[in-house]
Design a protein around this ligand. Structure first.
Ligand code: C2O
Length: 550
């Protein structure tokens, strides 16, 4: 194992897409940002220097951060943001993980342009549990706004309405030929016939789950969220924001004399506006063609994608994931649990002040989103600092996150008409090494929408999922406790539920939230506090000296 040093200079850079040039916040002037590479066991030291007026922090999405919570990155949770002119060194070690993850800004909507791949190779004496690919290619899915995304969310929060949608989806920052003024900004994957390519797919979009497909080619999924899975084939990939996946692309044995579109477009079941446009990239074969068929005339074949609201395609795809669960990569699923929780997840509204008429939905003041009807308010000082110094009850946060929903819900019947949320900064405290189960139930009280739920600090096993209301008597006996997939982000299905289990072996403060940035901004988040264990190697070390101050 080695120590790898990176330097991230956060600075403004002019970028042009869709004929709009604007100054965007970047790492080292790159959009999308630079690749960070390590092997399992390596230590990463990333010095982030902030040269822009905005506060920033960087999250290493999916990295376990075992006893290194100070390096996790969410602003006001594990650290105060890095202020303009300041710097901070993220110092962490990759323990027991290899695969594709990503890094992104974790404050407001800055991750719209501050994101990049985090590629974790196996240890040098280890190989993949599948045939070594000929080449590896990261493909980041993103969104492009002609406007400033910070202005978009600020306006939405101010008016209480939904935010404007992005102007394009992108592959590695490129919208592709189906958008106006974008022909030259097309991602091209040039391949040779008869080879296997490993595509490292990363959904870094802010607010959309995506369908992805490459015409006339089958993809074999071998990994999800940096955990190996039993390989399975599919023509369509479904990937939520915060999810990553490695897929194998086998090219045709001979030059097919055509090119192929790869397309991505959202899966959407909610209410309100959304962008139903499509990003296109081109899969192009490299071998020279016979001279009669000039390169310019090559036809391009399009894949077909499921309908925009095709929930059964999504459920079918997500049911295919199984962890490898062999001697080398066992699934350590907690067979019993110490604590079992039930969280509703959904949209709501914040109350209209008494004696006023409000413009928000159902005479509310604003859209909001919540877990167990609690809409999480960001504190003014990082929770981890407060917790470390034993200052739970100083008014910054409380430890009484509700164990059950504050208000009734019902997916299958007539939804109760109470969509009001309560605001607060509430955490849930659990002892070290607690075996936790959480059932996440979509309430659908205000529009059936799926929620990609992400947990910091842990991978969890997805032991069950279903539609309608979770049934505590009949559903648990059907849980898969043998080879469930291990992930850090899972879609809570629109009008359904998922059950996850994890071992709370990582002391610190860990955010759990919807990875749609708009829902995150509306408060769909909560924080777990995992207490120190008794042994020295079960405690969170003190903060680094350069930890930013608020
Ligand atoms: Cu990828 Cu809390 O985020």
């Amino acid at each position: 194992s080695v120590t790898r040093h990176y330097k991230f200079d956060i600075r403004l850079q002019n970028v042009t897409r869709l004929c709009h040039t604007k100054s965007v916040i970047t790492v080292n002037g790159k959009f999308p940002g630079p690749r960070v590479v390590a092997r399992e066991g390596d230590r990463l030291l990333v010095k982030v220097v902030n040269h822009v007026p905005n506060n920033v922090s960087i999250h290493w999405h999916g990295v376990r951060q075992l006893r290194s919570g100070w390096a996790d990155g969410p602003s006001y949770i594990t650290q105060c943001p890095i202020q303009s002119g300041q710097s901070y060194v993220y110092n962490f070690t990759i323990v027991g993980q290899r695969g594709t993850l990503f890094w992104h800004a974790h404050i407001s909507w800055l991750r719209a342009t501050l994101y990049g791949p985090l590629i974790l190779f196996p240890r040098s004496n280890e190989s993949y549990p599948f045939k070594k690919p000929y080449k590896e290619v990261p493909i980041l899915f993103g969104e492009w706004w002609n406007a400033d995304p910070e202005a978009v969310i600020a306006q939405a929060l101010q008016t209480g309405a939904g935010p404007n949608v992005s102007d394009a989806y992108t592959f590695n920052g490129l919208p592709g030929p189906l958008y106006n003024c974008s022909n030259n900004d097309t991602f091209k994957l040039r391949v040779k016939p008869g080879k296997t390519y490993l595509l490292r797919l990363i959904n870094a979009a802010l607010n959309d789950e995506l369908f992805f497909s490459i015409a006339n080619h089958t993809l074999v999924t071998v990994e999800a969220d940096a955990s190996y899975v039993k390989p399975f084939e599919s023509e369509i990939i479904v990937i939520g924001p915060g999810q990553t996946s490695n897929v194998l692309l086998k090219t045709k044995p001979q030059h097919p004399k055509t090119s192929f579109y790869m397309l991505a477009r959202p899966y959407f079941t909610g209410m309100g506006t959304f962008d139903n446009s499509t990003v296109a990239g081109i899969l192009e074969y490299k071998e020279p063609l016979p001279s009669t068929n000039s390169h310019h005339n090559i036809p391009i074949i399009r894949p077909s994608l499921p309908a925009i609201n095709d929930t059964s395609s999504v459920a079918n795809f997500s049911s295919k994931f199984r962890s490898l669960n062999n001697a080398k990569y066992p699934a350590n699923v907690p067979q019993t649990v110490d604590k079992s929780f039930f969280f509703t997840v959904g949209l709501g509204t914040s109350p209209c002040p008494k004696n006023q008429t409000c413009q928000g939905p159902n005479n509310s003041s604003k859209f909001a989103a919540s877990m167990n009807n609690m809409s999480f308010a960001l504190p003014s000082i990082a929770l981890l600092q407060q917790h470390f110094h034993g200052q739970a009850n100083n008014g910054i946060y409380t430890t009484d996150f509700p164990a059950v929903p504050l208000r009734p819900f019902n997916y299958t019947g007539t939804p109760p008409n109470n969509t009001r949320v309560t605001n607060g900064t509430k955490t849930l405290v659990i002892p070290f090494n607690t075996r936790v189960q959480v059932v996440l139930q979509d309430t659908s009280i205000l529009g059936a929408e799926s929620h990609p739920l992400h947990l910091h600090g842990f991978n969890f096993y997805v032991v069950g999922q279903g539609f309608g209301n979770f049934n505590p008597n009949t559903d648990p006996p059907k849980f898969n406790l043998v080879d469930p997939v291990e992930r850090n982000t899972i879609g809570v299905p629109s009008g359904g539920w998922v059950a996850i289990r994890f071992l709370a072996d990582n002391p610190g403060v860990w955010l759990m939230h919807c990875h749609f940035d708009v829902h995150l901004s509306w408060g769909l988040r909560m924080a777990w506090i995992v207490e120190d264990g008794k042994l020295p190697n079960q405690k969170l070390p003190p903060p680094p000296a350069d930890l930013p101050k608020c």
